[in-house]
Design a protein around this ligand. Sequence first.
Ligand SMILES: O=P(O)(O)OC[C@H]1O[C@H](OP(=O)(O)OP(=O)(O)O)[C@H](O)[C@@H]1O
Length: 193
Amino acid sequence: MDINLKKVHGNWAAGYALDKHTVSSTFDGYDDNGHPKFTTIRTAVGEATYQLKYRQDWTKTAPLAQEIHDKIIPLLGVKIGFVVPMPASNERERQPVTEVANEVAKLLDVPCFDGMLTKTKGQSLKNLHTKEEKIQALEGTFSLNELITNNGKWNVLVVDDLFDSGATMEAACSKLRSYNKVNNVYVATLTWK
Ligand SMILES: O=P(O)(O)OC[C@H]1O[C@H](OP(=O)(O)OP(=O)(O)O)[C@H](O)[C@@H]1O
């Protein structure tokens, strides 16, 4: 896959997005039902992420996880001890981010703790525009479940599909940073907006 990594900054030790999600989106008028039509051009990663998330094309899971493993992990320069998927805002029968995170953990041969972070469902950020609005909407929605019973501290990798304002990632990382089993927090997302 063609990859154009972007470093993302926030309250984590280091993080990267594989590529931009959408290159361009052009308004093409309205369809017969009066709905607006767009021609959207995505990067290879953006297209695979779109197919996975909105077309339930689960064959995209493994190649996307492989790209995180091959392109992002070496840049972090540390041993990742476990992986945590970003909890979704929307209910889905299968969560694409969880599946990618599980696959990355398998490639790293470390555990994936789905459920270490949980988020109140139904608060999608899709229609919010500023980071401030998103921070406000996310207030109190994340919970940390202290699932680790062994003694020690590990570096954690948080996996998400999209990095936009960073409000979601910062809320998630702030919870993880408060956990005494966490050494440093690292971040990998498939795309950025
Ligand atoms: O960087 P930000 O501005 O915080 O935006 C990124 C977040 O927005 C989307 O989630 P959303 O809450 O819309 O729904 P989803 O988790 O169900 O995809 C996306 O999956 C990221 O988690």
